[in-house]
Design a binder for this molecule. Structure first.
Ligand SMILES: Nc1ncnc2c1ncn2[C@@H]1O[C@H](COP(=O)(O)OP(=O)(O)OP(=O)(O)O)[C@@H](O)[C@H]1O
Length: 231
């Protein structure tokens, strides 16, 4: 059974339609990169899973449940977590409190404070500091850690490398591979092709709200795919 299946999805904001007939599937434990230019609709697609957009038609399934007409939190209840773009660390909470917040919507499983601290030791060192006192890279770790605390079967990551230095991007590659190794599915919006090449199985290219290409990750550098990514 697929972790996520989106079929012929049309969605947008208010009167504007952004996504035009999207088909996309992520299998259990699979790691998929969603690529394409700014404004292609990648974030809109992730947000649609939580009904934070205006869904016009089409279907969204999480495993065997169709959720496109159910409340936005349904995806979370069924085991999908999101680390949204811009990190959204809660300003008045400590690092530890931010992490525990992630657990409140989730299930039991591999990811606990202990395993998150093993993944990101710096978060344990700074557990009692306010989340907003962390550096950009550390806030990114916190956002990912908070999403993992829900023990999702699928995690959606929106541009996790945004603002990270090359060294931190290497760390992010390791993190994504550890998440995959723990059996958690990944759908990651990402512009850094060097990152997705090292940490995902497959790619899907979005342009102007449509899927225009896809393939196994080894083919992402082919000229025809580069051309589709520039559309
Ligand atoms: N809250 C919103 N209200 C209205 N339009 C929006 C909103 N958010 C995004 N859009 C529009 O939807 C389109 C797709 O944006 P989206 O953020 O999904 O693209 P993206 O592929 O994630 O690109 P980026 O990398 O820039 O985030 C753009 O034209 C954008 O201006």
């Amino acid at each position: 059974m697929s972790a996520l299946r989106i079929h012929s999805l049309f969605a947008g904001y208010g009167a504007s339609t952004v996504l035009r007939g999207i088909d996309l599937t992520v299998e259990e434990g699979e790691s998929v990169a969603l690529v394409g230019r700014n404004g292609a609709g990648k974030s809109t697609l992730l947000l649609s899973v939580f009904r934070e957009t205006n869904i016009l038609s089409g279907e969204i399934w999480v495993r065997d449940r169709r959720i496109d007409a159910l409340p936005g939190y349904t995806a979370a209840k069924l085991g999908v977590a999101i680390a949204p773009q811009g990190r959204r660390v809660l300003p008045n909470l400590t690092v530890k409190e931010n992490l525990l917040l992630g657990r409140s919507t989730g299930r039991a499983g591999h990811w606990t404070l202990k395993t998150i601290y093993e993944l990101f030791p710096v978060l344990e060192e700074r557990a009692d500091r306010l989340g907003t006192m962390l550096s950009g890279g550390q806030q990114q770790m916190l956002a990912i850690g908070r999403a993992l605390m829900a023990n999702p079967s699928l995690i959606l990551l929106d541009e996790p490398s945004e603002g990270l230095s090359p060294v931190l991007i290497d760390g992010l590659v390791d993190t994504l591979n550890k998440i995959r190794g723990a059996g958690t599915g990944v759908l990651v919006v990402e512009q850094h092709l060097s990152l997705v090449k090292r940490a995902t199985d497959r790619f899907v290219i979005l342009a102007k709200g449509e899927v225009v290409g896809s393939g196994t990750i080894g083919a992402i550098g082919k000229p025809e795919n580069q051309a589709l990514m520039a559309l």
